[in-house]
Design a protein around this ligand. Sequence first.
Ligand SMILES: Nc1ncnc2c1ncn2[C@@H]1O[C@H](COP(=O)(O)OP(=O)(O)O)[C@@H](O)[C@H]1O
Ligand SMILES: [Mg+2]
Length: 257
Amino acid sequence: MSKIISIFNQKGGVAKTTTAVNLAAGLTLHNKKVLIVDMDAQANSTCSVGVDENELDVTIYDLLNSRNLSKEDICKAIIKTSFDNLYILPSDITLSNAEITLANALSREHILSKIIKKIQDDFDYIIIDCPPSLGLLSINSLVASDSIIIPVATSYFSIKGIKHLIDTYNLVKDNLKEDLEIEGVLITMFDSRKNISKDIKDMLENTFNDKLFKTNIRINSKIEYAQDNSTPVVFFDKNSNGAKDYMNLTKEVLGIE
Ligand SMILES: Nc1ncnc2c1ncn2[C@@H]1O[C@H](COP(=O)(O)OP(=O)(O)O)[C@@H](O)[C@H]1O
Ligand SMILES: [Mg+2]
């Protein structure tokens, strides 16, 4: 049985995709077989693992709009990346239609969950990269997950945004997925020279206590270079701070000291 984790925050630019891709890549370095599910029409995680969004035959959007899919149908959409043990269920711009096309679908909040159930035994971990919204695609991601990781960028922090996010989590937990857990809150783009970064860290420690990951992801330009090279930073430059921080996060998720 695999563990399914959503990287969830309705704010854009908080390192959801970076976290999804590098946690997934980090897990493969611990011999885990990992699937990334790209639930964002911007297809950033698809591109970040070297898959060209313009050359896809089938995407997550097609699966979400089909009914009675067989396991074989779903497997056809999954792409093996050039990195060992790393697979992706890709998206492209067509996914931006989903909020409309799925609005009246039967049990519309459970569509992704049903798709993932058919293939989850094939993987050790499934990491879902959520879109920057609290709409149906994010709800589908949460319902399909065992737990969520909430990346919080200290440079773009908004207390209102966090409150909204926790409200949505509670709504899903109370009505759709009783056992949905918070894996952890992750500080991203941390800059120890800036007081604002430290203040926000203190505040998150007080709010989330042991749910805050010990690892902070520091600001590191290698992360952007890696993305430009369509390679997760943990593979691109394993000695960079970005790679070290994401490998430490991976260990925390695996429960390894
Ligand atoms: N720790 C970091 N240091 C520097 N740049 C980062 C870091 N994390 C993410 N970025 C960059 O910030 C931008 C937004 O990150 P991304 O993961 O795409 O956020 P989201 O998926 O939440 O919109 C990207 O260009 C990414 O390369
Ligand atoms: Mg993203």
